[in-house]
Design a protein around this ligand. Structure first.
Ligand SMILES: Cc1cc2nc3c(=O)[nH]c(=O)nc-3n(C[C@H](O)[C@H](O)[C@H](O)COP(=O)(O)OP(=O)(O)OC[C@H]3O[C@@H](n4cnc5c(N)ncnc54)[C@H](O)[C@@H]3O)c2cc1C
Length: 325
């Protein structure tokens, strides 16, 4: 059986969880088994029915008030007990910040390995095979597992969502037995940035600026594009973040976030290897840079060699026209 961890926040299932579930369902079909989902927390019952249309045959709910907020020790303990009981062959996580924290902790408790941030999965001889980028995205490695359960986390925005269909399934609610001392650390407060937009990892379009933006005030040009493009978020290179022009949560790259949007727009970003590590799996890449030799053009589908301060206003006007049609 394939078990997929479902991440939710503020009563909403995260889109990347449905991507992982859809991929789990595809693999389950090939393995002649079923894909089941697991929710961990408190008061999540209403979310279970939202998962059946995306391929979950069963939804496990691991409930305890102590798990109302994420804690890696509490969540991994709850999952460990379930895995020991139902013995899944494969466990999939979204490779979100939470998933990348939780999957290795569960794997360590089980004494098995984990493949993080995978961009492809397949079935070989009835077992899971995954592909993941290595060396900051410059090479890809194909892995199979020697240990069971086979645990992998899947990069957001890479795997297509299948459904919704009209399937129904079974809800299995389990009260988790956990002592307060077992929760070693916990999220006590989540601060939302004022006027907060979409997170870069969840956006369908990421509009990013780098050192070429020249100063924080010029990020208003990026904000203008963000405002007219639906489902978009603002990204930044590390140089722009280190200079204090943008918050770290916007940073894309090896030491920032990994994004795979449908469209990534890079303005005044050279395309250093550490930046490419976080965005080269985007489906379409547009780069504007005044240096024709900038490495970003090697990964760009569309490139403009020019001054971003001239290009962005034109682009904005053209986008407005197209979006109004
Ligand atoms: C361990 C490590 C981890 C790192 N992690 C990250 C990471 O997560 N993310 C990240 O981004 N970087 C990361 N870096 C830094 C990375 O190596 C680069 O220094 C950084 O990405 C460069 O940012 P940039 O492209 O904005 O700046 P630059 O490299 O300075 O490029 C600016 C670009 O803007 C162009 N430009 C200037 N003016 C204009 C204009 N008017 N119009 C058009 N184009 C213009 C220039 O031609 C140039 O190509 C990391 C580095 C290390 C060592």
């Amino acid at each position: 059986m394939i078990l997929v961890f479902i991440e939710s926040r503020e009563g909403k299932i995260k889109k990347f969880s449905l991507e992982a579930l859809s991929e789990g369902k595809r693999r389950a079909g090939e393995m002649n088994t079923e894909a089941n989902a697991v929710l961990v927390g408190h008061g999540l019952e209403t979310l279970a029915s939202e998962l059946f249309p995306y391929g979950a045959s069963k939804v496990y709910i691991l409930d305890n008030t102590l798990l109302s907020h994420y804690s890696s020790s509490g969540f991994s303990q709850a999952l460990f007990s379930l895995v020991e009981e139902i013995k899944p062959d494969v466990i999939l996580f979204p490779a979100s910040s939470l998933g990348k924290d939780l999957a290795p902790r569960l794997a360590a408790k089980l004494g098995v390995s984990v493949a993080s941030d995978c961009t492809q999965t397949a079935t070989r001889h009835g077992k899971l095979e995954v592909v993941r980028p290595i060396f900051a995205g410059n090479a890809f490695v194909t892995l199979t597992f020697k240990t069971s359960p086979q645990i992998a986390s899947l990069r957001p925005n890479v795997f297509p969502i299948q459904g919704p269909g009209d399937e129904q399934g079974e809800v299995v609610k389990k009260e988790v037995v956990i002592a307060e001392e077992q929760i070693k650390g916990q999220v006590v407060e989540t601060l939302r940035e004022e006027g907060a937009e979409l997170d870069v990892t969840e956006a369908e379009i990421v509009v990013s600026g780098g050192r070429g933006m020249k100063g924080p005030e010029n990020f208003d040009l990026i904000r203008d594009l963000n405002a007219i493009l639906p489902h978009s978020a603002i990204g930044a290179s590390r140089s722009a973040v280190d200079a204090g022009w943008m918050d770290h949560q916007h940073q894309v790259g090896q030491t920032g976030k990994t994004v795979s949007p449908n469209l990534y727009m890079a303005f005044g970003i050279s395309g250093a290897i550490q930046h490419l590590a976080g965005m080269s799996s985007s489906k379409h890449i547009v780069a504007v840079n005044k240096d024709p030799e900038a490495p970003i053009f090697k990964v760009a589908d569309f490139g403009v060699v020019g001054d971003l301060f001239q290009v962005i206003p034109h682009l904005k006007e053209e986008l407005k026209k197209v979006l109004a049609e």
